[in-house]
Design a protein around this ligand. Sequence first.
Ligand code: AMP
Length: 399
Amino acid sequence: MAKKTVADLDVSGKRVLVRVDFNVPLDDSQNVTDDLRIRMALPTIQSILERGGRVILMSHLGRPKGEIVASLSLKPAADKLAELLGHDVAFATDTVGNDAAAKVAALQDGQVLVLENLRFNPGEDRKSDNSVKEPFAETLASFADVYVNDAFGTCHRTDSSMYLVPLKMAGKPRVAGVLLLKEIRYLADTISNPDRPFVAIVGGAKVSDKINVIRNLLTVCDKVLIGGAMAYTFELARGNKVGKSLVEPDKIELARELMASAGDKLELPVDTHCGDDFSADCNKVVVTAGQIPDDFEGLDIGPETAKRYAGLVSSAKTVVWNGPMGVCEMPPFDAGTRIVAEAIANSGATSIIGGGDSAAAIQQLGFADKVTHISTGGGASLEMLEGKKFEAVELLDEE
Ligand code: AMP
């Protein structure tokens, strides 16, 4: 997937409409409590500004459902961007109204404008009527000479700003931003053409959430290591004892099929760290996998499994990780996740961390600088690992 990028274009004097993901958390006083998503968009923004382009940024924040919700304004994100850029940032109080139109028209080379939350307008919702979406997308498309998609976290969606707006800009350059290109490079390109051995680690709460990820990874990986609560559904499928562990009885058949087709590529835990209650100070015991006593539940992989998984990761050339090995928010049941994360960080392999909990875990553990790529997407990163094609990405210009 070789997409043209913003660096390939002459943006001098051009109005460049950039779809970013500024869906940042805000506290009650409207302060941005985590600016990672804004920082991740800086390379694209800076690259356009440095070359004399005029940047128009658009994003959603939260789920205002087509109505103006003051607490979900993008103004705090615009202010945070100004602080990070060390540069004035203009803000339009609407997306396709008079204020946006006037500020777009007034924008000069090397200036930045942030439009208000796209989802304040029902035209952004992919499920809205065409009569609502079309004029919204047409106005946004009319604002610029170039379209840039740098909103990886929303790429699995066909909301208007992701899909209809670039469709309406056909004939003008429609390219990938720096962040999007990096996500595609690792989550799609590296995975389809990996250095081997290629080891994937998949954990988390439910098999049902990750079934397609596991299926797809089994087609390209040498080993897929399973952790988290999803391991107990596999044990149940084997007819083993899972006590009161979190399981999905309706996914047993699916688990059986996966085990049968995967052969020895699929690795399940060999031991389990259990508790008699879902709490840090419960009574604890380590048992052989599939032998969980009736009044206990599995809360982490056991030490033998952690050692085994760490060993497999250490000898890998490519590693993909999505989902914790246990209840990583509740020590001591974070141990399995910590040991696997450390092995990934020290492996020297090309290491790709899927979004969500595993991304947060690798950052909290201080290993962020020792892995190759931490995805900024949650749902989008899972769907890319499933091997899905994204319409919002497909329509962007090829190199
Ligand atoms: P996911 O969003 O599917 O990646 O799942 C992450 C969540 O799974 C985390 O909040 C973990 O606490 C939870 N989890 C992982 N292992 C277990 C387990 N053995 N029992 C209960 N919850 C678990």
